[in-house]
Ligand binder design. Sequence first.
Ligand SMILES: [Zn+2]
Length: 200
Amino acid sequence: MLRDITYQGDQLSSGAMRYRSRLRAIALGCVLAAVACLGYGVWLLVPHVRLQMQTKAIEATVVRSDLIKEHDSRGYLLYGLSATFLYELAGKSSVNVAKSLDQTYAWAAEKKEQDTYSPKSRHLIRYETAKPEQIYLDGGLTWVHWKPSLLAALGALLFLTMGWFLRSLARAPRGCASCRGELEDYFKFCPFCGATIQAK
Ligand SMILES: [Zn+2]
């Protein structure tokens, strides 16, 4: 008799349980996507954080600036900027070439960048404290470098919120007091352990 009743309970609830376990799987997918987003954001920031730690900023004068063209692995043209700077460090002036860390597929954007680094204009560059002749055009933690990582973090937050929402939808209406199995509201017996369920 008891077995019959629990069996029926099982049948009735299996649809709802399957639905909840599917929701939980999607919620888990959301959490994994959030982790991937966060990882991507951190990975984007790493070179800039490294540069921030190993370099110092200094004001320098542009001697000349050139667009550099490179092919990516698929053969598309990538543009970067190479600029020669004159700067003074500990009373000694040096002339060195700095290359942009980031390259772009947009020629117009890089041309604009080149125009900002016109000869005789002054800019903040960064030099390696251990190797002052090694200089960099950009780098350091400026907003331009934060933005993509911030967007990735926002994406992660969105995925987490979605995952949390789905997880709360997937919560069973009640739990069995003796085996913690998932129970539907109308169950009189637990389908897992057969315990009688106290009406609320
Ligand atoms: Zn139970």
